[in-house]
Design a protein around this ligand. Structure first.
Ligand code: DGT
Ligand code: CA
Ligand code: CA
Ligand code: ZN
Length: 578
């Protein structure tokens, strides 16, 4: 088991213990243990497997907890957790995610109403029953209802980054099985959707059938949903992601990839086209309708070609006009990761980042970038120790000096992620902003304004001649927080008129703008910046998710500012002195 999974089971147990009213000292020891294990560099399972070592050497892990961890490693749970899960319904863990409902309240709800599910709790709030309990009132009921609505947003889907991580894990596992030639991901993951419902994997080779058996016996599989001759479906890992693995012969690989990549709407349109041409397309291949003879199937390219189409990138397969373009050989040349020459949004230890400017720059140089903009927070984010005017000016000076010294191995642009205040003014005075190369304007507060007020706020921010990029333009957090409401048409048009680029924030929790709004903005002539918003060097690799999203928005390199060579980029962001 991975450290983060062990840690998660420990803190889950602690949560349940809180609901159960357990001893607070013991609860704390579970929580501390979880933190210690999560932060431990070496896999705990490796230490447990070595008889010469003991995990009590890890600070924060005592004898009692060591025993519990051994139990978790062996069977994925521990006695205390099992007992508590028998006493309380599994929904107890969901309840803890509801804002305003502490463990004590949850225990009370269980006691009085035997609440079994979120639905049940929702009904109790609607009926005004919750307010009958001590310390609970109408306000709490409203809060619970809002929070349940948010939880619902989250259930059933998973972040793309999580899907990728699982796909890598399973590709390694399946790929190592004798006779397995190829393991490929299809479905929404291959299309680069920002969230996935389940993971679809295709396996070819003489060992493929055997791989289905081995997969069903994988230690992290905890529920088998279906077993067929060519398919195994399971719930995988602690988060219960559904994974469908299909085994197929090599000559159908292309047809199966085409079919299982979807989207469904794209496939329906493609199959109609085949029928009109006297052909029949299935997951096994493309055949002539009259004599069933095989036309294509081993590769996707030959299938699209036989249908008179250019090969269509998976990110475009949503039946939004891509088939028509492919028929005329006028598909856009979508942007690729290798087109990006710089990252334009990152934080350092000056504010809430975890690495220094030098460390971030070094990681970017290694990643092959020609330039970066370092954009720490502004003073409105006081929790993050945001920069005030004096620090902004000092930072711009420091960047000029670093560029003159020329030891960084790339060009550095001075920047700031400047808060857009409630009234739409920027958090930093214009003359300080004028010292900087790149100013990202972002909303981090008052996100629940009325749509008209939010529109005015953003329009006002765009009036600033110092603004370069509108950061994470909708503020959404995937599976977690909706985009804030405003008039996108007006704001995007104004951004185009003012020469302000729109960010595609590549953080997997954001992917903001999303594909649909990217297309809306592109139609108005908008320019974009794809940036990671990295708070640690490891986040720099998230650029790929931004690129997936940009491709789903049909962007080409010329739509994106940070595909430009350094000098052209510098010219493009230069603002008139006014
Ligand atoms: P998801 O999992 O909700 O994120 O979305 P997908 O697109 O991965 O959907 P999924 O896993 O149900 O199916 C994978 C692909 O297989 C889907 O994009 C198209 C294809 N497919 C599955 N079932 C059908 C079907 O009944 N008809 C058609 N035309 N295609 C299907
Ligand atoms: Ca899927
Ligand atoms: Ca599926
Ligand atoms: Zn931000």
């Amino acid at each position: 088991m991975e450290n983060r999974e062990i840690a998660r089971i420990l803190s889950e147990t602690a949560d349940l213990m809180e609901i159960g009213g357990d001893d607070s000292f013991r609860i704390r020891s579970y929580r501390n243990g979880a933190t210690a294990i999560e932060g431990h560099a070496e896999p705990v399972s490796a230490i447990l497997a070595d008889p010469a070592r003991k995990i009590t050497d890890i600070p924060g892990i005592g004898k009692g907890l060591a025993f519990v961890i051994q139990e978790i490693e062996t069977r994925g749970s521990n006695e205390r957790r099992d007992t508590l899960l028998q006493k309380y319904p599994p929904a107890a863990l969901d309840f803890l995610k509801i804002q305003g409902l502490g463990p004590r309240n949850i225990a009370l709800l269980f006691e009085h109403f035997q609440v079994a599910s979120l639905d049940h709790l929702e009904q109790l709030c609607r009926d005004g029953k919750v307010r009958e309990l001590p310390r609970m009132g109408e306000k709490l009921e409203a809060k619970i209802l809002r929070s349940i609505a948010q939880l619902r947003l989250r259930t059933g889907r998973f972040l793309l980054s999580f899907g990728h991580q699982t796909a890598y894990e399973l590709s390694d596992f399946l790929g190592a099985i004798d006779g397995v030639e190829n393991v490929s991901a299809a479905g929404s993951l291959r299309r680069g959707r920002e969230t996935i419902g389940d993971l679809d994997l295709l396996v070819t080779g003489t060992g493929a059938a055997n791989a289905l058996d081995r997969f069903a016996a994988h230690p992290r599989v905890h529920e088998i949903l279906g077993r067929g001759a060519n398919k195994t479906s399971v719930k995988y890992g602690l988060d219960g992601l559904q994974v469908d693995v299909r085994a197929l012969p090599r000559q159908s690989f292309g047809a199966a990839m085409q079919y299982f990549t979807g989207s469904k709407d794209h496939n329906v349109a493609i199959r109609m086209r085949a029928i009109k041409m006297g052909l029949k397309l299935s997951e096994y291949g493309l055949f002539r309708a009259d004599d069933e003879s095989r036309v294509a199937g081993e590769t996707e390219e030959e299938i699209y070609q036989a249908l008179g189409l250019q090969w269509i990138p998976p990110e475009m397969r949503e039946n939004l006009g891509e088939i028509e373009l492919a028929a005329e050989s006028t598909l856009p040349s979508l942007i690729q990761l290798s087109d990006l020459r710089g990252d334009l949004h990152m934080h350092t230890t000056e504010t809430d980042g975890r690495a220094t400017l030098e460390e971030m720059a070094d990681a970017c140089r290694v990643a092959g970038y020609q330039y970066i903009a370092v954009t720490d927070h502004s003073k409105a984010l006081s929790m993050a120790n945001g920069l005030d005017e004096a620090r902004v000016v000092a930072f711009a000076r420091r960047v000029r000096k670093l560029n003159e010294d020329g030891n960084l191995g790339l060009r550095l642009f001075s920047g700031l992620e400047c808060d857009i205040l409630k009234d739409g003014t920027l958090d930093i005075a214009p003359d300080a902003l004028a010292e900087l190369d790149v100013v990202i304007g972002s909303v981090h507060s008052h996100m629940n304004l009325e749509s008209t007020e939010m529109t005015d706020r953003l329009l006002r921010a765009l009036e600033s001649p110092r603004l370069t990029i509108l950061g994470h333009p909708t503020g959404r957090l995937l599976l977690n927080r909706e985009a804030y409401a405003y008039d996108c048409d007006r704001v995007f048009s104004e951004a185009v008129r003012r020469g302000v680029a729109l960010e595609i924030n590549a953080s997997p929790e954001r992917l903001d703008l999303g594909a649909h709004l990217i297309r809306t903005a592109k139609a108005k002539g908008a320019k974009f910046a794809i940036s990671t918003d990295a708070h640690h060097p490891k986040h720099l690799a998230n650029m790929r998710y931004g690129v997936f999203t940009a491709r789903r928005g049909w962007l080409e390199p010329r739509d994106v500012l940070n595909t430009l060579p350094a000098d052209e980029f510098a010219a493009a962001i230069r603002k008139p002195k006014s």
